[in-house]
Ligand binder design. Structure first.
Ligand SMILES: Cc1ncc(COP(=O)(O)O)c(C=O)c1O
Length: 400
């Protein structure tokens, strides 16, 4: 479809579930993508925190190419070497346990929710309730959507899945409430991504983890957006002095190849038996080859550490812009998951940046969400800052 046609979504054969921007992307390399007219764009969306090693990373490409000529798919009824290796590597780099593979973030959270319920059943816990938080985002399938703390996304899809209660995020009052709720687990993002780039307060998380331990609640983390180096450590929890019982992953795990996973402690993982849960494609040879190459590269090349440094660099530059332009109200985030709160519509800023060949996202109405590849260069970050500065200057609301 040409760019012009793409603008008219009613002429598309694809369902209108996304408010698509009027460009058609056909090629990517590193931090850049190209449209069908060979126009180049700086991509600071990374396919929504997915292409964390940039587009078409060579190491992952080569491993996939090798696997392409060996075996694409064989089902989970047989052992798959890349799946075993990826599971082992993920556990080595996180916490002792076992991994279940699937194909997306929502599917990972479905598995996590089912596992928590099964674990409660096996351990004689009556309540199957899972506590989640307001402004959270856990996916679009029915249970994941029911776990999500955003009514606007749930509207029109009732009846939702029962057994979720949404508490206030980062609220110590909410923790008092949690003490008296009969539940089997708690699920949270350590930085709420879609909900506005809201990092969890460290003391609050520690207190939450304490309550989980005391009250025998599973501590479950949705690291779908924060995981695989995005926040400056391989997993965000490693900056919070806690270890979860269960963690969900997707997005950056496959460098753009669809893959999701949950990691659960050995004790919790035992609750799944043959037949409890499954996925035809989950963890297939191609997906886990992409995952294995990605995680290996992130670990070997110290990409998370790089994200930490680049995150600081980008945040500092954004704070300098904030001093100059009144439109910027706040800069927040962790590592290279960064939100810029604007006085007005963040979508307006996205559109103006698009016109200048720079791609970024929003997270809610007023928050610009910036998700550069973790492999971006400081020159690319400078180019982004310079372009954002031009957009703000054109709005001519300069302070002082
Ligand atoms: C924190 C979090 N959880 C779950 C999901 C859902 O993942 P997917 O779109 O792969 O189903 C997302 C996607 O944005 C996410 O950011």
């Amino acid at each position: 479809m040409s760019n012009q046609l793409a603008m008219k979504t009613n002429q598309s054969s694809v369902m209108n579930t996304y408010a698509r921007f009027p460009i058609t992307l056909v090629k990517g390399k590193g931090s850049f993508v190209w449209d069908e007219n060979n126009e180049q764009y700086l991509d600071f969306t990374s396919g929504i925190a997915t292409c964390s090693l940039g587009h078409v990373p060579e190491f992952v490409h080569d491993k996939l190419q090798e696997q392409l000529s060996l075996l694409w798919h064989c089902s989970n009824l047989y052992h798959i070497p890349s799946q075993e290796k990826l599971a082992k590597l993920l556990i080595e780099k996180s916490f002792d346990g076992q991994v279940f593979f699937c194909n997306s973030g929502a599917e990972a959270n479905e598995a996590l929710i089912k596992l928590a319920r099964q674990h409660a059943e096996i351990n004689g816990k009556v309540s199957r309730k899972i506590i989640t938080f307001k402004h959270s985002f856990h996916g679009r399938t029915l249970a994941a959507l029911s776990a999500t703390g955003q009514e606007k996304l749930q509207k029109g899809f009732a009846p939702l899945v029962e057994g979720f209660q949404h508490l206030e995020f980062n609220s110590f009052e909410a923790l008092k409430e949690l003490e008296s709720i009969d539940a089997c687990g708690v699920l949270l993002e350590l930085v709420q991504g879609e909900g506005g780039v809201n990092p969890a307060n460290k003391e609050w998380v520690l207190e939450l983890a304490k309550i989980c331990k005391k009250n025998n609640l599973l501590l479950m983390l949705d690291e779908i957006q924060t995981g695989i180096g995005r926040t400056g450590t391989l997993f965000a929890y490693q900056q919070y002095n806690i270890v979860p019982d269960v963690m969900s992953l997707a997005k950056g795990l496959g460098s753009g190849f669809p893959i999701g996973a949950i990691i659960a402690s050995n004790e919790v993982a035992q609750s799944f038996k043959p037949g409890s849960h499954g996925s035809t494609f989950g963890g297939n040879p191609l997906a886990t080859t992409a995952g294995l190459a990605t995680v290996q590269y992130v670990v070997d090349q110290e990409i998370a550490q790089q994200a930490h440094k680049l995150g600081n660099y980008l945040s500092e530059k954004l704070k300098e812009l904030q001093k100059e332009y009144a439109q910027i109200k706040q800069v927040k985030g962790l590592g290279l998951l960064i939100g810029v709160v604007f006085e007005g519509s963040a979508l307006d800023v996205v559109k103006k940046l698009l016109a200048k060949k720079v791609l970024v996202l929003t997270a809610g109405e007023n928050v610009l969400r910036i998700l550069p590849p973790l492999t971006a260069s400081t020159e690319e970050i400078d180019l982004f800052i310079q372009t954002l500065g031009q957009v703000l200057a054109e709005e001519s609301l300069i302070v002082g």
